[in-house]
Design a binder for this molecule. Structure first.
Ligand SMILES: *Cc1c(COP(=O)(O)O)cnc(C)c1O
Length: 330
């Protein structure tokens, strides 16, 4: 199949899930290594998020949702991205934000503060964070509005999946235009929805005439078991919801970040790597996901070398360095 099934395409706003380019990266050892510039999807929203929203927003509009509650940490890329698109689409919102350890407004916390007015942010103490979903649900139930929707942390859910699947179709377009075939694709994983979208998108598109691919998932904020469980649950739901036959041919392999591996943690070597990547490649990468992902992927490529071209998915955005300016200056 050349493109995704029509049922999937119809669920997506294609002015949001646009084509993005690929270009080769100069790795010193000469292995063909390309990058997909998902960071160029938006100037203010992290790339992978925009693909998810490309089906989430149409879903909310179709349901006539008037008010959305969203949940996340103070540095969440997801809240900042959603706040922009909900405003654009005139859907009112309340963000339930975990109280920051850092009192200073910087990075995504600053952007969120700029985007939302006081009434639209509720800070939840760390002690009460466990019950945040109940708090948000109760809040929505007490609004004088009928059509409300609760988005869980990271927006994991089937509504974002058609949008996330467009990544697979766009990679096939890149391959055709550049006369390439990527036998290995490196993608990072938070909730895993973007990586699952890639895998399930490829399941719709792959031809048995081509070699199997290896999808290498960098586990930034999820475990291998957690990811596989989600895959097992989401695959039949997607197949049923859209009447698809899904046949995953590709091999999935997992790697872990070695630089400051705990999700959200930072250290000196992470920032050194961020600067090194900028100097060597011209890419400004967010430390939280992309720097860790890039370091893990290039390391994996040198350990598990293949002659065929590999593709690195850059899901992040340069805005992601904003919160770390003092740490990034030498
Ligand atoms: C949010 C985010 C991810 C995680 O996406 P999931 O679909 O939740 O796995 C990965 N990379 C970057 C840069 C992100 O902002």
């Amino acid at each position: 199949m050349k493109n995704l099934p029509i049922e999937i395409l119809d669920a997506v706003d294609h002015t949001l899930a646009k084509p993005t380019r690929i270009h080769p990266l100069d790795t010193a050892n000469g292995r063909p290594f390309w990058i997909k510039r998902e960071d160029e999807l938006s100037s203010g929203i992290s790339g992978s998020k925009l693909r998810k929203y490309a089906s989430l927003i149409p879903y909310l509009k179709k349901k006539g949702v008037e008010h959305v509650a969203m949940i996340g940490g103070p540095n969440s890329n997801n809240l900042v991205g959603l706040a922009q698109l909900l405003r654009e689409n005139d859907i009112s919102q309340t963000a339930f934000v975990r109280e920051a350890a850092d009192a200073q407004l910087r990075g995504n916390a600053l952007l969120l503060d700029m985007l939302l007015n006081e009434d639209e942010i509720r800070f939840i103490t760390r002690g009460q964070w466990q019950a945040v979903e109940t708090t948000a649900r109760t809040y929505l139930d007490n609004l004088p509005i009928q059509k409300t929707h609760l988005l869980c942390e990271g927006c994991f859910g089937i509504e974002g999946l058609p949008g996330a699947m467009t990544l697979a179709a766009d990679i096939l377009r890149n391959e055709e235009e550049s006369n390439l075939y990527f036998e290995r694709i490196y993608i990072d994983c938070g909730t895993g929805l973007s990586a699952l979208g890639l895998i399930l998108g490829l399941a719709c598109l792959s031809s048995s005439a081509r070699p199997k691919r290896e999808i290498v998932v960098t586990l930034i904020a999820e475990s291998e078991e957690g990811f596989l469980q989600k895959l097992k649950k989401l695959t039949p739901s997607l197949a049923q919801e859209y009447g698809l036959e899904l046949n995953i041919r590709d091999h999935i392999r997992f790697i872990k970040p070695q630089l400051s591996p705990k999700f959200g943690s930072i250290n000196k070597s992470l920032f050194e790597e961020c600067r090194k990547i900028a100097q060597n490649t011209g890419l400004i990468m967010d430390p939280t996901y992309s720097v860790k992902h890039y370091h893990a992927a290039t390391n994996d490529l040198s350990l598990n070398s293949i002659k065929k071209p590999s593709l690195f998915i850059f899901n992040g955005a340069a805005l992601g360095v904003m919160g770390f300016q003092d740490k990034l200056s030498p």
